[in-house]
Write a protein that binds this ligand. Structure first.
Ligand SMILES: C[S@@+](CC[C@H](N)C(=O)[O-])C[C@H]1O[C@@H](n2cnc3c(N)ncnc32)[C@H](O)[C@@H]1O
Ligand code: SF4
Length: 292
């Protein structure tokens, strides 16, 4: 049996993946907006438990093609443990189409390029990385723990190891006053990183977080769907990516867009221009359909 501990979070694109909780919680757990692992104390699961879960999945599921290693920063587990899990997965399911995990900037600081390369050779071929913003003042306010230059440096470590990156940007994180700078500087950081995938999420104050407390004190200006569309337009227009998939399909977004950049950039910008010109007819997702 697979016994998941607490609430499980995974990116939308891992909906049909086997999820294995290699770690519990997040080793950092400081970001002001993130409530996902606040209740959990970080720990690495015992290898024997993981081995038993992989064996159970082999018995009970047909055709596992993709595996996602949870929780919030599974890359923090020792690379010997991750290597053993990857070997077990390969023994159980043969070569997989993809094994991926969340990798915080902190876990990318800790793992060496050689460790990441060795894990990639065993199948761990993609990390999801929350860049959130390319603007230092915003990163500081979010308590992300690194500045933009450090974010670029650690992302380059992953690329040097041959690992793909799927990156997340938080729309609205600069508030109204810094919306434009947040958009432009986030695009600048992504241009320097050239990730394989770029997703946007809308920053949402969630109960139990410092961001929510600030929002209750009236210190957070949450952007309207129209202002978020304008910010997304600024961001998309400033991207100079050489071959990345863009998605705003996460449930926190008001507008669900997707395309390949740079091929679809002009089409995406035209779609946003149409929204900005005729907001009343825009296909904004209603509040009740939004989530995290
Ligand atoms: C589970 S976290 C894992 C990311 C990884 N630990 C990191 O920091 O790079 C996944 C992403 O969810 C998003 N997220 C978390 N809380 C959010 C919130 N309150 N509003 C919007 N997006 C949120 C952030 O983009 C975050 O990077
Ligand atoms: S965003 Fe990532 S690093 Fe920050 S607290 Fe959440 S899971 Fe941890």
């Amino acid at each position: 049996m697979i016994r998941y501990e607490g609430t499980l979070y995974r990116p939308p694109s891992e909906a049909d993946s086997l999820i294995l909780q290699v770690t519990i919680g997040c080793s950092y757990n400081e970001c002001t907006f993130c409530a996902m692992y606040r209740e959990k104390r970080f720990r690495v699961r015992k290898f024997e438990e993981l081995r038993a879960e992989i064996a159970w999945a082999r018995e009970h599921s047909s055709g596992v093609r993709k595996v996602f290693l949870a929780d919030g920063d599974a890359l923090m587990a020792k690379s010997s443990q991750l290597a053993a899990v990857l070997d077990e997965l390969r023994a159980a399911f043969g070569p997989l189409a993809r094994v991926s995990c969340y990798a915080s900037p902190q876990s990318l600081q800790v793992r060496s390029v050689d460790e990441m390369r060795a894990l990639r050779e065993r199948g761990l071929s993609m990390y999801y990385l929350g860049i959130e913003s390319g603007r230092n003042r915003v990163l500081e306010r979010l308590k992300k723990g690194v500045d933009a230059a450090e974010m670029i440096r650690v992302a380059h470590k992953a690329h040097e190891a041959g690992v793909k990156l799927s990156t997340m940007i938080l729309l609205g994180a600069g508030g109204r006053a810094e919306s434009r700078e947040h958009a432009l500087e986030s695009a600048r950081v992504l241009n320097a990183i050239q990730p394989s995938f770029v997703s946007t999420l809308v920053m949402t104050p969630v109960e139990g977080t410092p961001l929510h407390e600030s929002a209750l004190r009236g210190e957070v200006d949450e952007l309207t769907p129209l202002e978020l569309a304008r910010e997304l337009r600024e961001f998309l227009a400033a991207l100079e990516l050489e071959g990345s998939i863009f998605r705003s399909n996460h449930a926190s977004n008001y507008l669900a867009l997707n395309g390949t950049l740079p091929k679809d950039q002009a089409t995406l910008l035209r779609a946003l221009d149409a929204v900005l010109a005729h907001p009343s007819g825009a296909p904004f997702r209603p509040e009740w359909m939004r989530g995290l």
